[in-house]
Design a protein around this ligand. Structure first.
Ligand code: P53
Length: 480
């Protein structure tokens, strides 16, 4: 057997963003209102609010983003300078189908992505495209209740077919739904909205609604996989889950089983997308609730026959859980409320545990369960940056974070033999935070002059990490 010396020769080094977090131009080119357009700015202390439509006098940070819509040639030039082999972004569904339920697409929106992808290809940068990244048409929420409705499957497929056909010679790597598993935390209104367009109704059993909506999305995803392969045999179409390893806080069996149960509640989505079937525990759980979910025999066949080509995932942190005395091991995962502190790990300024080894653990765990190539499509550190008087930005903390994660990723590839297609750190250019709506939670190699209230010149500057990442790519991960 050939010895595995490092990353594959065609390893896809790059960076990741999402349309709504950087494009801005929310009303241009015939674009419709998306769910991101009705989300206010927030912070760690005060949550982003979802307003009833776009309200006058309210600041919506995504409306302008970092104005990538007009500045993408300059930005891609900088990414090319770093040596990017790929660039992950999403298509804003509302540029193609402004209301989501039209039968024919908006040509101006399609043209924008033609130009954007051409600009990538000019530098031999491979576009890696997410179809739905927290930005579905707001009209689908108000008119149909979001993914509560089975009708959304057809609307989504119409959109998917349009862009698969249009860009079949420009885009090879696709993903269906970004972080489809965030909604496992159905106690929080934000993941419900961004994943599924769900606004919680009074007296609604939102847990049931989440499972129903997620089912329709999974069926839509599987049908998109099928369609993609029919349109172009060379397409690679992946899933995208947020991977956060869940550790037991101690070796107490009650902690261990709680970690296992919470893990199941977060990752069953991948069981469906990669293995083609619902896990046993979930079939059993759903049956016991007497929910009467709309899951047909035909749906299950579609899921079984159309699994993804690769596992796209984000990795930022791990979490830790501890069982309360007398607590029955349960499926009711309550997001942040379920977690206990991990005394072994430092945290970011936004309270996310920094755990490079967790990435290797996650990769091994995914490999054991799903037997498919992996693609790390998000990873990174959100931090406050300081621009020096000479215009330099010294961000050794970001370099340390990424270096430590790449080292573990390399162990997973070289020592553990995992097939890894690429690595695209999140927010390669500073953009609007999805979780908080802030600009000051920065991930980029490229600094953007804009603040939390929307002030700034939007000028782009190279951080120290820009030059560091450039040599990482050049050496194919040898020089860290
Ligand atoms: P922000 C929660 C937990 C992990 C990843 O996140 C998450 C979220 C949602 O906030 O989102 C992903 O901007 C997502 C990106 C997002 C990025 O991680 O909250 O796919 O859209 O910006 C970082 O710091």
């Amino acid at each position: 057997m050939k010895e595995n010396a490092g990353f594959r020769d065609d390893f896809l080094w790059g960076g990741a963003v999402a349309a709504h977090q950087l494009e801005g131009a929310w009303r241009e080119g015939g674009k419709g209102v998306s769910i991101a357009d009705v989300m206010t700015a927030g912070s760690n202390e005060s949550k982003r609010q979802i307003t009833d439509g776009v309200q006058p006098g309210v600041y919506y940070p995504n409306h302008e983003g970092i104005d990538f819509y007009h500045r993408y040639p300059e930005d891609l030039k900088l990414m090319a300078e770093m040596g990017f082999k790929c660039f992950r972004t999403s298509i804003a569904w509302t540029r193609i189908f402004p209301n989501g339920d039209e039968t024919s697409p908006n040509e101006e929106g399609l043209k924008f992505y033609d130009q954007l992808f051409d600009e990538c290809l000019k530098y031999q940068i491979e576009p890696v495209i997410t179809l739905s990244h927290f930005e579905m048409p707001y009209n689908l929420v108000t008119k149909y209740g979001g993914w509560r409705s089975r009708k959304l499957i057809d609307f989504f497929l119409n959109y998917a077919q349009t862009v698969f056909e249009r860009y079949q010679n420009k885009v090879k790597y696709w993903m269906t739904f970004n972080e489809i598993n965030n909604q496992a935390n159905y106690y929080d209104p934000l993941p419900l909205l961004v994943d599924s367009g769900l606004i919680v109704q009074p007296d609604e059993n939102i847990e049931r609604t989440m499972y129903q909506a997620a089912h329709y999305e999974l069926v839509a995803s599987a049908k998109a996989v099928k369609l993609a392969h029919q349109i172009n045999d060379d397409f690679k179409i992946g899933s995208m889950v947020a991977v956060t390893p869940i550790y037991p806080q101690t070796s107490k069996p009650a902690d261990v089983i709680k970690a296992e149960k919470i893990s199941q509640a977060r990752y069953w989505f991948e069981d469906v997308q990669a293995n083609g079937e619902y896990p046993w525990w979930l079939k059993n759980y759903q049956a016991k609730q007497n929910w009467n979910l709309d899951i047909t025999k035909e749906d299950l066949e579609v899921l079984a026959e159309n699994t993804v080509d690769y596992l796209g995932f984000s990795y930022y942190k791990s979490r830790c859980v501890s069982a309360n005395p007398g607590e029955a091991p349960q499926y009711r995962y309550q997001g942040i409320k379920s977690f206990a502190p991990n005394q072994h790990l430092p945290k970011t300024e936004w309270g996310w545990e920094i755990d490079p080894e967790g990435l290797r653990i996650a990769m091994n765990w995914l490999a054991d369960r799903y037997h498919k190539p992996q693609f790390i499509v998000e990873n990174g550190l959100g931090a406050v940056d300081q621009v020096e008087p000479d215009g330099k930005i010294h961000d050794p903390y970001r370099i340390d974070y990424l270096k430590a994660h790449i080292e573990q990723m390399k162990l997973a590839v070289v020592e553990d033999g995992i097939d890894l297609l690429g690595y695209t750190p999140w927010g390669c250019i500073d953009l609007i935070s999805a979780g908080t709506g802030e600009m000051s939670k920065r991930y980029g190699f490229i600094y953007v002059d804009r603040d939390d209230v929307g002030k700034g010149s939007l000028k782009r500057l190279r951080k120290d990490s820009f030059f560091w990442y450039q040599q990482v790519i050049k050496s194919n991960g040898e020089k860290l």
